[in-house]
Design a protein around this ligand. Structure first.
Ligand code: HEM
Length: 329
């Protein structure tokens, strides 16, 4: 068809770029034009997305604050504020701000408490989940955490059993902190540790409905999925096409999104299968709390939501705990 003739396409591209990137700067987002920031960031999210793709978004935003001040335009409609009052204003409950469409890139299956954008839905989820984090519930988690810690110390003792000539053993603690964090969160959110500490290896079972189980590296899967979702969250127009992009960052990253969901699906399915009917049993952990909880109408959480919430705990609780462990060394 003559319509897509390369010459037409080449002539059309600058017009499209003008309408898509330049025009909104002078019209829709004119009120932001006085806010300083990197030049490209005034017109598009490409600058921030590149930072996310390199796993450096936080560092780039921090450097931009050092260069431009406390209020920086980091995207065409995105302003970063680094002041104490800004924190209160932006995050205050009932201020009318919704979570950005950015969070939609983090949804796999149905939305969880972290990525749901609807306020009422968030409140409903929070009410259900709050029970799992009450002081009493957290106290009940202690025996599981302590069993995992004991296993960890035993494995570290084994790993350091043969000191070098200087009398010291050397071990890279970073992966071991990750194994511990995954095992603890697996134990609490899914009812059993992933067994990473025992195996001394980053490995989790991942399944999808009707498919055989595969084994994937949990921490690597989590990191890849975080980076690809963070990048695509900033480029929503690219999201539907991302799987066709011939760059490993995208196709491996999107595979990790599926694998991560598969990890949660496999673990929740295993745990529910071991339960007595609908009863989660006597084990006190986050999954048991979620299974027992009911919404305002007395309905329990459906299975797909259970998978998403357990997945949220895995994502929220593994890297954060592992970094805490490393900093504590
Ligand atoms: C030092 C450790 C941790 C840090 C620094 C941290 C930080 C954060 C931050 C900044 C958010 C807000 C994210 C956003 O809305 O964009 C968040 C949300 C959340 N975190 Fe953590 N977190 C930590 C540990 C954990 C652990 C161990 C768990 C669970 C086992 C957890 C569960 C959650 C959940 C469920 C949310 C979503 C809450 C909601 O939207 O209502 N976090 N966390």
């Amino acid at each position: 068809m003559a319509l897509l003739h390369p010459i037409v396409l080449v002539a059309f591209l600058p017009i499209w770029a003008f309408c898509y990137w330049i025009l909104p700067y002078f019209t829709t987002y004119k009120h932001l034009s006085h806010i300083p920031g990197p030049f490209v960031a005034k017109f598009s999210n490409l600058w921030l997305a590149l930072g996310a793709q390199r796993g450096q978004k936080f560092a780039w935003v921090h450097a931009a604050h050092q260069k431009y001040g406390k209020v920086v335009r980091v995207g065409f409609n995105h302003v970063s504020i680094a002041t104490a009052e800004g924190l209160r204003t932006v995050y205050a409950h009932g201020n009318g701000f919704l979570k950005d469409t950015y969070y939609e890139a983090f949804v796999s299956g149905v939305p969880g408490v972290f990525n749901v954008r609807d306020r009422d839905e968030h409140t409903r989820k929070r009410k259900i989940i709050a029970h799992a984090f009450s002081p009493g519930a957290v106290h009940d988690f202690e025996p599981h955490m302590s069993a995992n810690l004991k296993r960890w110390v035993t494995q570290l003792d084994r790993a350091t059993v043969n000191p070098g000539v200087d009398g010291y053993s050397r071990v890279n603690i970073m992966p071991w902190c990750t194994f511990l964090a995954f095992d603890i969160i697996g134990d609490l959110a899914f009812g059993a540790p992933f067994g990473m500490v025992q195996r001394g290896r980053d490995e989790c079972e991942s399944t999808r409905p009707g498919e055989p189980a595969t084994y994937v590296p949990g921490a690597e899967t989590l990191n890849r999925r975080g980076e690809v979702s963070s990048t695509l969250g900033l480029l929503p127009a690219l999201r539907p096409w991302a799987r066709y992009l011939p760059h490993p960052f995208f196709y491996r990253g999107l595979q990790s999104v599926k694998n991560l969901h598969g990890i949660a699906y496999a673990a929740v399915t295993k745990r529910l299968a071991s339960m007595d009917g609908d009863k989660p049993g006597k084990r006190h952990d986050i999954l048991e709390m979620l299974c027992r909880s009911k919404d305002a109408e007395g309905n329990p959480m459906p299975r797909d939501e259970l998978v998403s919430e357990a997945l949220t705990e895995l994502i929220a609780g593994s890297d954060t705990m592992a970094s805490g462990g490393i900093q504590a060394q």
